[in-house]
Ligand binder design. Structure first.
Ligand SMILES: *Cc1c(COP(=O)(O)O)cnc(C)c1O
Length: 255
């Protein structure tokens, strides 16, 4: 399911070094635009890495980890819990898209879900959460670049397209009514391999969309913005991200 490798001291030192670079750059970018760096949460993306990597990251001060596959999240979470039974402040984020037959795993094992992209998934999750008495913070995944391969609600032209705007507003209203989901805000991914200006524009437009939705739906908080990965997190921070999801820039390439 994921690599079982033994971590060396050298490897740990490298990770500590990269982590310092990442947190430094987050702070710097926040200050540059007059934001409080403390308000930006780092989710360290541990997908494909073993439970021991999560434990090493925890010992370096990481308190939020992200996984994109539900089975991997649950298996790793159980393994970490067995190895560090006293730890109760490690937060597990499901950041990847979910198939409806996997919702139960997320309902049971995730502390937050960033890639909600269908009402059907939302309903299933809420029902399953109700059965076990849990509330799950969720983010609506939005696609502002229009890239075909990207998941999320298509909002590539939301400023001009009233249908896209109506759709997203209605979706958020419906999800907010589900008893066991706690709507946090929007999540997005920048398109790959494009100019920095394009990436910045996607993040900025996502932030604008969140503001528009807050005006439209004053009763629903939508304060959080999950955006920014290894290649673009500093841009995301400058454009209002409150949560960045970073893997390779901390742990190295996944090979
Ligand atoms: C893998 C992944 C990340 C982190 O990607 P990096 O390029 O390693 O920083 C962030 N978000 C999602 C949804 C992912 O699947």
């Amino acid at each position: 399911m994921y690599n079982k490798i033994q971590m060396t001291t050298h490897q740990e030192d490298k990770i500590r070094e990269r982590l310092a670079t990442v947190t430094g750059r987050i702070e710097e970018s926040a200050r540059k635009v007059g934001r409080d760096p403390q308000k930006i949460r780092l989710v360290a993306v541990t997908k494909t890495w073993p439970a021991d990597m999560v434990i090493a990251a925890y010992k370096m001060g990481i308190r939020h980890v992200g996984e994109n596959r539900a089975e991997e999240l649950s298996a790793k979470r159980k393994e970490v819990a067995a190895k560090l039974p006293e730890v109760d402040d490690l937060v597990w984020h499901q950041i990847g898209t979910l198939q409806s037959r996997k919702t139960k795993i997320v309902a049971q094992y995730a502390d937050s879900f960033h890639a909600l992209d269908r009402i059907k998934i939302a309903r299933r999750l809420s029902n399953q959460l109700a059965e076990i008495g849990r509330i799950l913070p969720v983010f609506l995944e939005v696609n502002l670049s229009g890239e075909g391969s990207k998941s999320g609600f298509l909002l590539n032209n939301w400023e001009e397209n009233a249908t896209q705007r109506e759709t997203v507003r209605n979706v958020i209203e419906s999800i907010a009514q589900l008893p066991c989901l706690d709507m946090q805000g929007l999540m997005t991914m920048a398109p790959w391999g494009v100019h920095e200006d394009m990436v910045r524009s996607v993040f900025r437009r996502t932030n604008n969309l969140a503001e528009w939705l807050q005006e439209q739906l004053p009763g629903i908080p939508l304060q959080e913005l999950s955006m920014g990965m290894s290649d673009d997190y500093w841009i995301a921070v400058e454009e209002g991200a409150t949560i960045v999801r970073i893997g390779r820039a901390i742990f190295g390439s996944r090979t």
